[in-house]
Design a protein around this ligand. Structure first.
Ligand code: AR6
Length: 209
């Protein structure tokens, strides 16, 4: 864990909200947990934004992150990146956010990608989670909080997205070449439908120890 100021405590057992210490909805094992909260409040090394290919900000979690980061600073940093392909991820500082960094990933527009290739949405959504963790690990980001990429405006079915997110994170964390790179993954949920889906799926993919 990179940060060492007294207010930044992100150990495996401590909660990670900024103002109020609230426990995760359900701690499944030492590395993976759920929290129902506004992702802009989390004090972690990196939060994952559900962005668009232009990286110009937008609605949903993207809009909330840009506002909380101090809009123009993050917008300027994103401009330098030259956009981002669907399924890819890029990183910026967090500016005014409690989190150090923002990892911007672009999820598939479900209907559009499905019409192009029915296997496209799964491949691209898995890629978002894998590439976000790879980019994080490359930059020394050890604790990562994910928003529910593609499940809002981009229309990915919630349960399927929850399964793919959890399974792809499991694949990353259990790959021998990734050992020790990421210490903690938090799935940050905003809607009841996602809370229900993750509560059902996570114990299957990350059995409680
Ligand atoms: N904290 C955590 N999660 C949130 C927050 C928040 N403050 N606000 C919304 N969510 P969406 P997408 C949840 O639509 O489907 C933007 O305009 C939300 O409830 O933000 O990938 C971009 O610029 C949902 O569960 O992202 C793109 O154009 C999840 O975040 C497009 O939307 C993702 O919903 C991306 O669409």
């Amino acid at each position: 864990i990179r940060a060492a100021t007294p207010t930044r405590t992100t150990s495996a057992t401590s909660p990670i909200t900024s103002q109020v210490a609230r426990p995760p909805v359900q701690a499944l094992n030492d590395m993976v947990s759920l929290i129902k909260d506004d992702i802009t409040r989390l004090k972690v090394d990196g939060i994952v934004n559900a962005a668009n290919r232009a990286l110009e900000g937008g609605g949903g979690v993207d809009g909330a992150i840009h506002r909380a980061a101090g809009g123009s600073q993050l917008r300027d940093a994103c401009k330098q990146l030259g956009g981002c392909e669907t399924g890819e991820a890029k990183i910026t500082p967090g500016f005014d956010l409690p989190s150090e960094r923002v990892i911007h990933t672009v999820g598939p527009v479900y209907g559009l990608e499905y019409r192009r290739d029915p296997a496209g949405p799964e491949r691209l959504l898995r890629s978002c989670y894998r590439r976000s963790l790879e980019v994080a690990a490359d930059r020394g980001v050890r604790s990562v909080a994910f928003s529910c990429v593609s499940t809002g405006i981009y229309g990915y079915p919630n349960e399927e997205a929850a399964y793919l997110a959890a399974d792809e994170v499991r694949l990353f964390l259990t790959a021998p070449e990734n050992a020790g790179k990421i210490e903690r993954v938090i799935f940050c949920l905003f809607q009841d439908v996602d809370e229900e889906a993750y509560k059902e799926i996570l114990p299957q993919i990350f059995p409680p120890t």
